[in-house]
Design a binder for this molecule. Structure first.
Ligand SMILES: Cc1cc2nc3c(=O)[nH]c(=O)nc-3n(C[C@H](O)[C@H](O)[C@H](O)COP(=O)(O)O)c2cc1C
Length: 386
């Protein structure tokens, strides 16, 4: 039986445990570039014991960013910074993952702490946003949306493929496409945003065509030995939006197009959600388990899994394959070590790099003076850690 600390192999890649740092947009880039900030943020989480580490969503074109301060992978000049990030993650024992995305009709924003409103297309820091149909999201996203032509859709797939090539060159070993959270892929999947009458709209088969074509384009450059995954907007929590049953069928189709793992998340294609469950623990797990069992594909999930006992249980009970942590990873760089201690792991410092862990295991201090609450001997247990 696996547990949270068991190694996990997908295709030719083995993670040292089942804990991933989920992608989080930091609004700290200039010209889409990674900087010392990103090396610090992601390197520290890798050193803190996460098995898989994602930087923020990287935009495949400049107008695919959330704001002008967001990361990008649309130009070869961005490879060097990305390579620094991949390199420190690897040096600290984790696997470097990358999330490619396009924000679609939710782009052209101000930073959250500056008001998070959408900027007009003619604002110096804004741009014309795009989507499957000319339907603004509403709420704080008020500006007109350009409905993509077929040629523009094909160009976006080519941009995904070019971005994947850059990710490979930078040293990333796990690639996720971001098709959730109301961004471009999510809006193609959602009848709330997609009212097209061509082969990209209408039926479920048509609404998932954008995803399948993108997977095909990326797989042409992304090697078979490396995992290709997708974060899918699997539920809009709205009667006229994406229903979870649609997502189960869509993931089965994606599996035929080379998808190796499904990361199930929310559609976020509308603010008018029915009973949003955001205060509930582990609220995506049950849905993900259904995909895992019915489609026969590994699944990763985020959303309120930062309680160690819960994160461990969803792996032990084989409900999901990978625990993805967003806010817990932001607030505690050593979440895996903390969780290991809370769970009574017999050797929590085996999770950090060997040389670093050596000091903590061998240069013994008083148990209460190493920066963590004391764990009673009786609470310790054997794990499947490598
Ligand atoms: C500051 C912040 C930025 C985020 N940016 C992204 C992103 O770039 N891509 C993405 O797929 N999800 C993004 N998310 C969502 C997280 O990856 C994660 O799915 C979500 O926070 C739920 O997990 P949690 O309960 O562990 O925080 C972001 C979340 C936060 C808090």
């Amino acid at each position: 039986m696996p547990d949270l600390f068991s190694p996990y192999t997908l295709k030719g890649v083995t993670l040292r445990n089942r804990i991933a740092m989920s992608p989080m947009t930091m609004y700290r880039s200039t010209d889409g570039l990674m900087s010392d900030f990103h090396v610090m943020l992601l390197g520290s989480r890798a050193a803190g014991g996460f098995g898989l580490v994602f930087p923020e969503q990287m935009a495949i074109v400049p107008e695919g960013r959330t704001s002008i301060s967001c990361g990008g992978i649309y130009d070869d000049s961005q490879i060097e910074g990305l390579a620094r990030v991949a390199s420190i993650i690897k040096a600290m024992g984790a696997v470097p993952a990358i999330q490619l995305g396009h924000t679609g009709r939710k782009g052209s924003e101000l930073k959250p702490w500056q008001g998070k409103t959408q900027l007009a297309p003619d604002h110096p820091d804004g741009w014309q946003v795009v989507g499957p149909s000319a339907i603004p999201y509403g709420g704080r996203y008020t500006y007109p949306v350009h409905a993509l032509t077929r040629d523009e859709i094909k160009a976006i797939h080519r941009s995904y493929a070019r971005a994947a090539r850059r990710a490979l060159e930078a040293g990333f070993e796990w690639l996720e496409m971001h098709y959730a959270h109301g961004y471009l892929g999510a809006s193609f999947f959602s009848p709330l945003a997609n009212k097209r009458t061509d082969e990209y709209g209408g039926s479920l088969e048509n609404r998932v065509r954008f995803h399948l074509e993108a997977l095909d384009a990326v797989r042409e450059v992304w090697p078979e030995r490396l995992p290709l995954t997708m974060r899918l907007g699997a539920d809009d929590l709205h009667d006229e939006g994406v229903q979870f049953d649609d997502a189960v069928v869509a993931v089965a189709m994606m599996k035929q197009h080379g998808l190796d793992l499904a990361d199930l998340s929310m559609g976020f294609n509308t603010d008018a959600m029915k009973a949003p469950p955001f205060a509930e623990l582990a609220f995506m797990v049950e849905r993900a388990t259904r995909v895992r069992r019915e489609v026969g594909i590994p699944v990763g999930v985020s959303w309120n899994l930062g309680v160690p006992e819960l994160a461990d249980r969803v792996i032990r009970e084989e409900l999901i394959d990978l625990v993805m942590l967003g806010r817990p990873a932001l607030s505690n760089p050593h979440w895996p070590v903390w969780a290991a201690r809370e769970l009574g792991h017999s050797d929590p410092f085996s999770l950090v790099p060997e040389d670093w862990g050596w000091w903590l295991r061998n240069f013994r201090a008083h148990e209460s003076c190493i920066g963590w609450p004391v764990v009673e001997e009786s609470a310790k247990r054997e794990t499947n850690a490598a």
